[in-house]
Design a protein around this ligand. Structure first.
Ligand code: NAD
Ligand code: ZN
Length: 235
């Protein structure tokens, strides 16, 4: 029998219990840093040092964080017999990988650097600054390899293709406010997938989903994974 095709979209909520702040919750990052200053190409052009400082701080936080039970459960699901799981993440941390999974990073990664002049990519140092030259072309155009608002997310063709073939789609810890990720549920549904939302609360887009599991990701995701692969939820 063919493996069951499952696609999971994760957002900041899956990493919240690992101590990494989400963006839109009441203590979220956007309340302390204006989005248009730290997460747009225009903000970077105006004040690259400020934007690097913001991502240097995010990188340091992420480097000190551990994957939680939700990341670990998804890694088990990815390894399980009879399951073909693709994890698409909006997160720029490396917690899926730290848990032993592979993930498609549609919004880039804190651990990578990108040259705005020649498009070269390399492993980011812990601390980045505007004057840092690109190792390939030497231009001082180094930026974090992060997709900012107004830019096109990575891997969109492959993600769309996958959504069109998926049997089960789950959105975990994402508010459904940032497009195109917020539209994935409709695409999957249109192609016949069953859909489930796993979130601390019912989101504004909850009506797009067939099912809802409401609660913290560290509890809800292991229970959901256990129900899919018949493992003992106590583990
Ligand atoms: P968001 O902040 O808009 O929404 C977070 C969602 O997670 C909310 O719906 C909230 O109810 C839910 N949530 C919070 N704690 C939870 C928990 N313990 N268990 C389950 N759900 C929980 O985040 P988003 O939808 O990912 O927003 C998109 C943008 O935020 C992306 O561009 C992403 O790159 C960026 N972001 C990434 C990180 C990270 O890499 N860790 C952190 C913050 C923001
Ligand atoms: Zn370059």
């Amino acid at each position: 029998m063919a493996a069951r095709r499952i696609t999971v979209l994760t957002g900041a909520g899956i990493s919240a219990e690992s101590g990494l702040g989400t963006f839109r919750d009441k203590d979220g990052l956007w309340t302390k840093y204006p989005l248009e200053e730290v997460a747009t190409p225009e903000g970077f052009a105006r004040d690259p040092a400020r934007v690097h400082a913001f991502y240097n701080a995010r990188r340091a936080n992420a480097a000190g964080a551990q994957p939680n039970a939700a990341h670990l459960a998804l890694a088990r699901l990815q390894r399980a017999e009879g399951i073909d799981l693709v994890i698409v993440t909006q997160n720029v941390d490396g917690l899926h990988e730290a848990a032993g999974a592979t993930a498609v990073h549609m919004h880039g990664e804190l651990s990578r650097a990108y040259c705005g002049a020649c498009e070269h990519r390399w492993d980011a140092p812990a601390v980045m600054s505007p004057e840092m030259p690109c190792p390939a072309c030497g231009a001082p155009a180094t930026r974090p390899d992060i997709v900012w608002f107004g830019e096109i997310p990575y891997h969109m063709d492959a993600i769309h293709q996958r959504l069109s073939q998926t049997e089960l789609f789950a959105a975990i810890g994402t508010s459904g406010q940032v497009y195109p990720a917020a539209g994935f549920v409709q695409i999957a549904r249109q192609y016949g997938a069953e859909t489930v939302e796993i979130n601390l609360e019912q989101t504004d887009v909850a009506w797009d989903f067939d099912d809802h599991l409401v609660g913290p990701a560290s509890q809800m995701v292991p229970a959901w994974v256990a129900s899919l692969i018949g493992e003992d939820p106590g583990r």
